[in-house]
Design a binder for this molecule. Sequence first.
Ligand code: RM4
Ligand code: MN
Ligand code: MN
Length: 429
Amino acid sequence: MNLPISGDLIAQHNAANAAALDEDYAALGRKLERAGIAIDTVKERVAGFSVAVPSWGAGRGGTRFAKFPIPGEPTNIHEKLEDCAVINQLGRCTPRVSPHFPWDRVSDFKALREEAAGLGLGWDAVNSNTFQDQAGQAHTYANGSLSAQDAATRQQAVDHNIECIEMGRQLGSTDLTVWVGDGTNFPGQQDFARSLDRYLEGAEQIYAALPDDWRMLLEHKMFEPAFYSTVISDWGSSILAAQELGPKAKCLIDLGHHAPNVNIEQIVARLHRFGKLGGFHFNDSKYGDDDLDSGSINPHQLFLVFNELAEAEAHPRDGFSPSYMIDQSHNVTDPIESMLSSAEAIAQCYAKASLVDRAALHGAQEANDTMMAFQALRRAYNVDVAPILAKARVEAGGAYDVLAVYRESRWRERKAQERKAVGLGTGIV
Ligand code: RM4
Ligand code: MN
Ligand code: MN
Protein backbone atom coordinates (compact mmCIF):
# COMPACT_ATOMS: atom_id res chain seq x y z
CA MET A 1 0.00 0.00 0.00
CA ASN A 2 1.17 3.48 -0.84
CA LEU A 3 -0.10 5.77 1.88
CA PRO A 4 0.34 9.49 1.27
CA ILE A 5 1.64 10.75 4.64
CA SER A 6 5.05 9.71 5.98
CA GLY A 7 4.68 6.85 8.46
CA ASP A 8 7.73 8.17 10.32
CA LEU A 9 6.08 11.53 10.86
CA ILE A 10 3.02 9.86 12.39
CA ALA A 11 5.13 7.51 14.51
CA GLN A 12 7.28 10.34 15.90
CA HIS A 13 4.25 12.42 16.74
CA ASN A 14 2.52 9.48 18.43
CA ALA A 15 5.63 8.62 20.42
CA ALA A 16 5.87 12.20 21.68
CA ASN A 17 2.26 11.99 22.91
CA ALA A 18 2.18 8.38 24.09
CA ALA A 19 2.65 9.11 27.79
CA ALA A 20 -0.11 11.74 27.84
CA LEU A 21 -2.49 9.45 26.00
CA ASP A 22 -1.79 6.51 28.31
CA GLU A 23 -2.39 8.71 31.34
CA ASP A 24 -5.69 10.10 29.98
CA TYR A 25 -6.87 6.69 28.83
CA ALA A 26 -6.09 5.11 32.21
CA ALA A 27 -7.87 7.91 34.10
CA LEU A 28 -10.96 7.62 31.92
CA GLY A 29 -10.78 3.84 32.23
CA ARG A 30 -10.95 4.13 36.02
CA LYS A 31 -13.87 6.54 35.84
CA LEU A 32 -15.82 4.27 33.47
CA GLU A 33 -15.01 1.23 35.55
CA ARG A 34 -16.80 2.80 38.50
CA ALA A 35 -19.89 2.85 36.26
CA GLY A 36 -19.37 -0.78 35.31
CA ILE A 37 -18.05 -0.05 31.82
CA ALA A 38 -14.86 -1.66 30.47
CA ILE A 39 -13.07 1.02 28.46
CA ASP A 40 -11.36 -1.51 26.18
CA THR A 41 -14.76 -2.82 25.06
CA VAL A 42 -15.83 0.69 24.10
CA LYS A 43 -12.52 1.21 22.33
CA GLU A 44 -13.05 -1.98 20.30
CA ARG A 45 -16.48 -0.75 19.27
CA VAL A 46 -15.07 2.60 18.24
CA ALA A 47 -12.30 0.85 16.30
CA GLY A 48 -15.00 -0.95 14.32
CA PHE A 49 -16.91 2.23 13.49
CA SER A 50 -16.52 3.91 10.13
CA VAL A 51 -18.16 6.59 8.01
CA ALA A 52 -17.68 7.16 4.28
CA VAL A 53 -16.41 10.43 2.84
CA PRO A 54 -17.96 11.90 -0.31
CA SER A 55 -15.60 12.37 -3.24
CA TRP A 56 -17.07 15.83 -3.80
CA GLY A 57 -16.35 16.85 -0.22
CA ALA A 58 -12.62 16.79 -0.99
CA GLY A 59 -12.97 19.94 -3.08
CA ARG A 60 -13.80 23.38 -1.73
CA GLY A 61 -17.56 23.81 -1.89
CA GLY A 62 -19.33 27.00 -2.75
CA THR A 63 -22.63 28.70 -2.28
CA ARG A 64 -25.05 30.12 -4.80
CA PHE A 65 -22.98 33.28 -4.54
CA ALA A 66 -19.35 32.32 -4.80
CA LYS A 67 -16.68 29.72 -4.56
CA PHE A 68 -13.21 30.44 -3.23
CA PRO A 69 -10.81 27.70 -4.33
CA ILE A 70 -7.59 27.09 -2.40
CA PRO A 71 -4.21 26.28 -3.93
CA GLY A 72 -3.63 22.54 -4.05
CA GLU A 73 -7.24 21.44 -3.96
CA PRO A 74 -8.01 18.32 -5.99
CA THR A 75 -9.22 18.74 -9.55
CA ASN A 76 -10.27 15.20 -10.45
CA ILE A 77 -11.27 11.89 -8.86
CA HIS A 78 -7.66 10.69 -8.70
CA GLU A 79 -6.52 13.68 -6.68
CA LYS A 80 -9.68 13.47 -4.58
CA LEU A 81 -8.84 9.87 -3.75
CA GLU A 82 -5.36 10.92 -2.62
CA ASP A 83 -6.91 13.46 -0.25
CA CYS A 84 -9.42 10.90 1.03
CA ALA A 85 -6.49 8.59 1.68
CA VAL A 86 -4.86 11.29 3.82
CA ILE A 87 -8.05 11.58 5.87
CA ASN A 88 -8.25 7.85 6.43
CA GLN A 89 -4.55 7.41 7.10
CA LEU A 90 -4.61 9.98 9.89
CA GLY A 91 -8.09 9.39 11.30
CA ARG A 92 -8.57 5.67 10.58
CA CYS A 93 -12.35 5.77 10.47
CA THR A 94 -13.14 6.79 6.88
CA PRO A 95 -12.02 3.82 4.77
CA ARG A 96 -14.60 4.23 2.00
CA VAL A 97 -15.34 6.90 -0.60
CA SER A 98 -18.81 7.64 -1.94
CA PRO A 99 -18.65 8.64 -5.61
CA HIS A 100 -20.98 11.02 -7.43
CA PHE A 101 -21.71 10.49 -11.11
CA PRO A 102 -21.12 11.89 -13.62
CA TRP A 103 -18.66 14.04 -11.64
CA ASP A 104 -16.37 11.07 -10.98
CA ARG A 105 -16.80 9.25 -14.27
CA VAL A 106 -13.67 7.54 -15.64
CA SER A 107 -13.15 5.22 -18.58
CA ASP A 108 -11.66 2.36 -16.57
CA PHE A 109 -13.46 1.56 -13.31
CA LYS A 110 -11.42 -1.54 -12.63
CA ALA A 111 -8.30 0.60 -12.61
CA LEU A 112 -10.02 3.18 -10.36
CA ARG A 113 -11.00 0.46 -7.91
CA GLU A 114 -7.40 -0.77 -7.78
CA GLU A 115 -6.08 2.76 -7.46
CA ALA A 116 -8.29 3.28 -4.41
CA ALA A 117 -7.32 -0.09 -2.92
CA GLY A 118 -3.66 0.90 -3.28
CA LEU A 119 -4.46 3.91 -1.09
CA GLY A 120 -6.28 1.80 1.47
CA LEU A 121 -9.72 2.86 0.29
CA GLY A 122 -12.90 1.03 -0.74
CA TRP A 123 -16.15 2.37 -2.18
CA ASP A 124 -19.44 3.22 -0.56
CA ALA A 125 -22.85 4.19 -1.95
CA VAL A 126 -22.96 5.53 -5.49
CA ASN A 127 -24.77 8.84 -5.89
CA SER A 128 -26.60 9.67 -9.10
CA ASN A 129 -27.03 13.21 -10.34
CA THR A 130 -30.15 14.25 -12.18
CA PHE A 131 -30.25 17.69 -10.58
CA GLN A 132 -27.86 19.32 -13.06
CA ASP A 133 -27.57 19.33 -16.82
CA GLN A 134 -24.33 17.99 -18.23
CA ALA A 135 -22.63 19.10 -21.43
CA GLY A 136 -24.05 17.26 -24.42
CA GLN A 137 -27.07 15.95 -22.51
CA ALA A 138 -30.10 15.39 -24.76
CA HIS A 139 -32.86 16.54 -22.37
CA THR A 140 -32.80 19.23 -19.71
CA TYR A 141 -33.70 18.62 -16.06
CA ALA A 142 -35.00 22.17 -15.75
CA ASN A 143 -38.51 20.79 -15.26
CA GLY A 144 -37.55 17.75 -13.21
CA SER A 145 -35.94 14.38 -13.83
CA LEU A 146 -37.72 11.24 -12.61
CA SER A 147 -40.92 13.25 -12.16
CA ALA A 148 -40.66 15.37 -15.31
CA GLN A 149 -43.70 15.65 -17.57
CA ASP A 150 -41.56 14.79 -20.57
CA ALA A 151 -41.22 11.02 -21.01
CA ALA A 152 -37.83 11.21 -22.76
CA THR A 153 -36.42 13.25 -19.87
CA ARG A 154 -37.69 10.67 -17.38
CA GLN A 155 -36.13 7.89 -19.42
CA GLN A 156 -32.82 9.73 -19.49
CA ALA A 157 -32.90 10.01 -15.68
CA VAL A 158 -33.74 6.32 -15.31
CA ASP A 159 -30.95 5.34 -17.72
CA HIS A 160 -28.45 7.47 -15.81
CA ASN A 161 -29.33 5.77 -12.53
CA ILE A 162 -29.02 2.34 -14.11
CA GLU A 163 -25.64 3.33 -15.51
CA CYS A 164 -24.66 4.45 -11.97
CA ILE A 165 -25.47 0.96 -10.71
CA GLU A 166 -23.22 -0.50 -13.40
CA MET A 167 -20.35 1.86 -12.55
CA GLY A 168 -20.84 1.14 -8.86
CA ARG A 169 -20.88 -2.59 -9.47
CA GLN A 170 -17.44 -2.35 -11.04
CA LEU A 171 -16.20 -0.43 -8.02
CA GLY A 172 -17.66 -2.90 -5.54
CA SER A 173 -20.45 -0.68 -4.17
CA THR A 174 -23.77 -2.16 -3.09
CA ASP A 175 -25.93 0.95 -2.59
CA LEU A 176 -27.37 3.53 -4.96
CA THR A 177 -28.39 6.81 -3.33
CA VAL A 178 -31.03 8.71 -5.25
CA TRP A 179 -31.65 12.33 -4.47
CA VAL A 180 -33.55 14.28 -7.10
CA GLY A 181 -33.84 18.06 -7.22
CA ASP A 182 -37.36 17.69 -8.65
CA GLY A 183 -40.01 20.01 -7.34
CA THR A 184 -41.74 23.32 -7.95
CA ASN A 185 -41.30 27.01 -7.25
CA PHE A 186 -44.92 28.09 -7.64
CA PRO A 187 -48.21 26.90 -6.26
CA GLY A 188 -50.07 25.19 -9.07
CA GLN A 189 -46.90 24.57 -11.08
CA GLN A 190 -47.38 20.80 -10.96
CA ASP A 191 -49.96 18.40 -9.71
CA PHE A 192 -48.59 16.93 -6.45
CA ALA A 193 -50.12 13.49 -7.04
CA ARG A 194 -49.20 13.14 -10.69
CA SER A 195 -45.58 14.21 -10.20
CA LEU A 196 -45.20 11.62 -7.43
CA ASP A 197 -46.75 8.98 -9.70
CA ARG A 198 -44.19 9.77 -12.38
CA TYR A 199 -41.36 9.64 -9.83
CA LEU A 200 -42.52 6.24 -8.59
CA GLU A 201 -42.79 4.86 -12.09
CA GLY A 202 -39.19 5.88 -12.85
CA ALA A 203 -37.94 4.70 -9.45
CA GLU A 204 -39.53 1.30 -10.10
CA GLN A 205 -37.50 0.90 -13.28
CA ILE A 206 -34.30 1.72 -11.39
CA TYR A 207 -35.29 -0.62 -8.59
CA ALA A 208 -35.84 -3.41 -11.12
CA ALA A 209 -32.24 -2.98 -12.31
CA LEU A 210 -30.71 -3.41 -8.82
CA PRO A 211 -28.51 -6.49 -8.38
CA ASP A 212 -29.76 -8.86 -5.65
CA ASP A 213 -27.41 -7.60 -2.96
CA TRP A 214 -27.95 -3.91 -3.70
CA ARG A 215 -30.11 -1.33 -1.94
CA MET A 216 -31.68 1.84 -3.27
CA LEU A 217 -31.47 4.65 -0.73
CA LEU A 218 -34.08 7.36 -1.17
CA GLU A 219 -32.92 10.73 0.12
CA HIS A 220 -35.61 13.25 0.95
CA LYS A 221 -35.12 17.00 1.04
CA MET A 222 -37.64 19.66 1.88
CA PHE A 223 -36.42 22.43 -0.39
CA GLU A 224 -33.66 23.60 -2.71
CA PRO A 225 -33.27 23.92 -5.62
CA ALA A 226 -37.08 23.84 -5.69
CA PHE A 227 -38.44 26.30 -3.15
CA TYR A 228 -42.18 25.66 -3.03
CA SER A 229 -42.41 21.86 -3.06
CA THR A 230 -40.19 18.88 -3.71
CA VAL A 231 -41.32 15.49 -4.90
CA ILE A 232 -39.68 13.54 -2.04
CA SER A 233 -39.90 16.30 0.53
CA ASP A 234 -39.86 14.52 3.86
CA TRP A 235 -39.50 11.17 5.60
CA GLY A 236 -43.20 10.50 5.08
CA SER A 237 -42.95 10.70 1.31
CA SER A 238 -39.70 8.79 1.48
CA ILE A 239 -41.00 5.83 3.47
CA LEU A 240 -44.19 5.64 1.38
CA ALA A 241 -42.07 5.49 -1.78
CA ALA A 242 -39.69 2.95 -0.24
CA GLN A 243 -42.59 0.77 0.86
CA GLU A 244 -44.12 0.92 -2.58
CA LEU A 245 -40.84 0.01 -4.27
CA GLY A 246 -39.98 -3.02 -2.14
CA PRO A 247 -37.58 -4.41 0.45
CA LYS A 248 -34.39 -3.23 -1.25
CA ALA A 249 -35.56 0.38 -1.07
CA LYS A 250 -34.68 2.19 2.15
CA CYS A 251 -34.74 5.77 3.38
CA LEU A 252 -31.68 7.93 3.80
CA ILE A 253 -31.65 10.82 6.24
CA ASP A 254 -29.52 13.84 5.49
CA LEU A 255 -29.35 15.89 8.68
CA GLY A 256 -29.77 19.18 6.81
CA HIS A 257 -32.87 18.23 4.86
CA HIS A 258 -35.61 19.01 7.35
CA ALA A 259 -37.55 21.99 8.54
CA PRO A 260 -35.74 23.83 11.38
CA ASN A 261 -36.14 22.19 14.80
CA VAL A 262 -37.59 18.95 13.46
CA ASN A 263 -36.99 16.03 15.83
CA ILE A 264 -34.64 14.03 13.59
CA GLU A 265 -33.80 11.44 16.24
CA GLN A 266 -37.47 10.50 16.36
CA ILE A 267 -37.48 10.08 12.58
CA VAL A 268 -34.57 7.65 13.00
CA ALA A 269 -36.63 5.58 15.42
CA ARG A 270 -39.71 5.69 13.19
CA LEU A 271 -37.89 4.57 10.06
CA HIS A 272 -36.19 1.80 11.97
CA ARG A 273 -39.52 0.63 13.38
CA PHE A 274 -40.58 -0.17 9.83
CA GLY A 275 -37.23 -1.62 8.75
CA LYS A 276 -36.64 1.27 6.38
CA LEU A 277 -33.62 3.09 7.80
CA GLY A 278 -30.97 2.74 5.10
CA GLY A 279 -28.44 5.45 5.64
CA PHE A 280 -27.30 8.82 6.86
CA HIS A 281 -25.68 11.90 5.45
CA PHE A 282 -23.92 13.69 8.27
CA ASN A 283 -23.53 17.43 8.40
CA ASP A 284 -24.82 20.22 10.58
CA SER A 285 -27.04 23.19 9.97
CA LYS A 286 -28.31 26.37 11.52
CA TYR A 287 -30.90 27.50 8.98
CA GLY A 288 -31.44 24.90 6.27
CA ASP A 289 -29.34 22.58 4.12
CA ASP A 290 -26.25 24.51 5.21
CA ASP A 291 -23.90 21.52 4.88
CA LEU A 292 -21.83 22.78 7.82
CA ASP A 293 -19.36 20.50 9.59
CA SER A 294 -20.88 17.65 11.59
CA GLY A 295 -21.38 18.51 15.23
CA SER A 296 -20.19 22.10 14.77
CA ILE A 297 -23.59 23.66 15.57
CA ASN A 298 -25.59 21.07 17.47
CA PRO A 299 -23.44 18.22 18.78
CA HIS A 300 -26.17 17.20 21.22
CA GLN A 301 -28.56 16.45 18.36
CA LEU A 302 -25.86 14.31 16.76
CA PHE A 303 -25.53 12.40 20.03
CA LEU A 304 -29.30 11.88 20.25
CA VAL A 305 -29.32 10.57 16.70
CA PHE A 306 -26.59 8.10 17.61
CA ASN A 307 -28.48 7.14 20.72
CA GLU A 308 -31.39 6.06 18.50
CA LEU A 309 -28.97 4.29 16.18
CA ALA A 310 -27.57 2.42 19.19
CA GLU A 311 -31.11 1.41 20.16
CA ALA A 312 -31.70 0.25 16.60
CA GLU A 313 -28.47 -1.72 16.62
CA ALA A 314 -29.50 -3.41 19.86
CA HIS A 315 -32.93 -4.24 18.41
CA PRO A 316 -32.25 -4.89 14.74
CA ARG A 317 -35.09 -5.23 12.25
CA ASP A 318 -34.69 -6.27 8.68
CA GLY A 319 -30.90 -6.56 8.70
CA PHE A 320 -30.15 -3.11 10.16
CA SER A 321 -26.97 -1.96 8.45
CA PRO A 322 -27.14 1.74 7.68
CA SER A 323 -24.69 3.35 5.31
CA TYR A 324 -23.02 6.35 6.95
CA MET A 325 -21.55 9.17 4.93
CA ILE A 326 -20.33 12.69 5.56
CA ASP A 327 -22.13 15.14 3.25
CA GLN A 328 -20.76 18.61 3.77
CA SER A 329 -19.71 21.61 1.76
CA HIS A 330 -16.42 23.06 2.92
CA ASN A 331 -16.59 26.66 1.84
CA VAL A 332 -14.12 28.30 4.20
CA THR A 333 -11.85 25.51 5.47
CA ASP A 334 -9.38 23.06 4.01
CA PRO A 335 -11.73 20.14 3.17
CA ILE A 336 -9.27 17.59 4.57
CA GLU A 337 -9.24 19.39 7.92
CA SER A 338 -13.03 19.64 7.97
CA MET A 339 -13.49 15.96 7.25
CA LEU A 340 -10.88 14.93 9.82
CA SER A 341 -12.59 17.05 12.46
CA SER A 342 -16.09 15.93 11.38
CA ALA A 343 -15.25 12.23 11.35
CA GLU A 344 -13.93 12.67 14.89
CA ALA A 345 -17.12 14.49 15.98
CA ILE A 346 -19.27 11.71 14.50
CA ALA A 347 -17.21 8.92 16.08
CA GLN A 348 -17.36 10.77 19.41
CA CYS A 349 -21.15 10.73 19.35
CA TYR A 350 -21.08 7.06 18.40
CA ALA A 351 -18.80 6.38 21.39
CA LYS A 352 -20.95 8.43 23.78
CA ALA A 353 -24.08 6.59 22.62
CA SER A 354 -22.26 3.33 23.40
CA LEU A 355 -21.76 4.55 26.97
CA VAL A 356 -25.47 5.00 27.68
CA ASP A 357 -26.56 2.65 30.45
CA ARG A 358 -29.46 1.11 28.49
CA ALA A 359 -30.77 -0.88 31.46
CA ALA A 360 -30.95 2.31 33.53
CA LEU A 361 -32.53 4.21 30.65
CA HIS A 362 -35.16 1.59 29.94
CA GLY A 363 -35.83 1.04 33.65
CA ALA A 364 -36.41 4.74 34.18
CA GLN A 365 -38.65 4.87 31.11
CA GLU A 366 -40.75 1.98 32.39
CA ALA A 367 -41.01 3.60 35.83
CA ASN A 368 -41.97 6.96 34.35
CA ASP A 369 -38.91 8.44 36.04
CA THR A 370 -38.38 11.25 33.60
CA MET A 371 -35.38 12.84 35.30
CA MET A 372 -33.43 9.60 35.64
CA ALA A 373 -34.20 8.63 32.05
CA PHE A 374 -32.81 11.96 30.93
CA GLN A 375 -29.81 11.58 33.28
CA ALA A 376 -28.96 8.23 31.69
CA LEU A 377 -28.44 10.12 28.45
CA ARG A 378 -26.83 13.12 30.10
CA ARG A 379 -24.21 11.06 31.95
CA ALA A 380 -23.03 9.52 28.68
CA TYR A 381 -23.12 12.81 26.80
CA ASN A 382 -20.97 14.49 29.46
CA VAL A 383 -18.09 12.02 29.16
CA ASP A 384 -15.08 13.30 27.24
CA VAL A 385 -14.40 10.29 25.04
CA ALA A 386 -11.39 11.82 23.24
CA PRO A 387 -8.85 9.41 24.83
CA ILE A 388 -10.88 6.41 23.61
CA LEU A 389 -10.90 7.68 20.06
CA ALA A 390 -7.23 8.61 20.15
CA LYS A 391 -6.25 5.20 21.50
CA ALA A 392 -8.27 3.38 18.82
CA ARG A 393 -6.78 5.62 16.13
CA VAL A 394 -3.19 5.27 17.25
CA GLU A 395 -3.49 1.50 17.59
CA ALA A 396 -4.77 1.37 14.01
CA GLY A 397 -1.78 3.41 12.78
CA GLY A 398 -3.45 6.82 12.73
CA ALA A 399 -2.34 10.01 14.42
CA TYR A 400 -2.90 11.08 18.02
CA ASP A 401 -3.68 14.65 16.93
CA VAL A 402 -4.90 14.37 13.35
CA LEU A 403 -4.90 18.08 12.56
CA ALA A 404 -1.45 18.67 14.03
CA VAL A 405 0.12 15.94 11.90
CA TYR A 406 -1.80 17.05 8.82
CA ARG A 407 -0.44 20.58 9.17
CA GLU A 408 3.05 19.31 9.90
CA SER A 409 2.96 17.18 6.76
CA ARG A 410 2.46 20.33 4.65
CA TRP A 411 0.29 18.22 2.36
CA ARG A 412 -1.70 21.10 0.91
CA GLU A 413 1.36 23.25 0.31
CA ARG A 414 3.06 20.39 -1.49
CA LYS A 415 -0.02 19.71 -3.60
CA ALA A 416 -0.23 23.39 -4.50
CA GLN A 417 3.08 22.92 -6.34
CA GLU A 418 1.81 19.87 -8.25
CA ARG A 419 -1.88 20.33 -8.95
CA LYS A 420 -3.37 22.69 -11.47
CA ALA A 421 -5.47 25.54 -10.17
CA VAL A 422 -9.26 25.21 -9.89
CA GLY A 423 -11.28 27.84 -11.73
CA LEU A 424 -13.39 30.41 -9.97
CA GLY A 425 -17.15 30.14 -10.12
CA THR A 426 -20.23 29.39 -8.16
CA GLY A 427 -21.93 26.13 -7.38
CA ILE A 428 -22.24 23.60 -4.63
CA VAL A 429 -19.15 21.70 -5.63
C1 RM4 B 1 -27.93 17.51 -1.97
C2 RM4 B 1 -28.01 16.17 -1.26
C3 RM4 B 1 -27.21 15.11 -1.92
C4 RM4 B 1 -25.86 15.57 -2.39
C5 RM4 B 1 -25.97 16.88 -3.15
C6 RM4 B 1 -24.60 17.37 -3.58
O1 RM4 B 1 -28.43 18.53 -1.17
O2 RM4 B 1 -27.57 16.33 0.07
O3 RM4 B 1 -27.01 14.03 -1.04
O4 RM4 B 1 -25.41 14.58 -3.26
O5 RM4 B 1 -26.61 17.83 -2.34
MN1 MN C 1 -27.11 14.49 1.17
MN1 MN D 1 -28.00 18.32 1.02
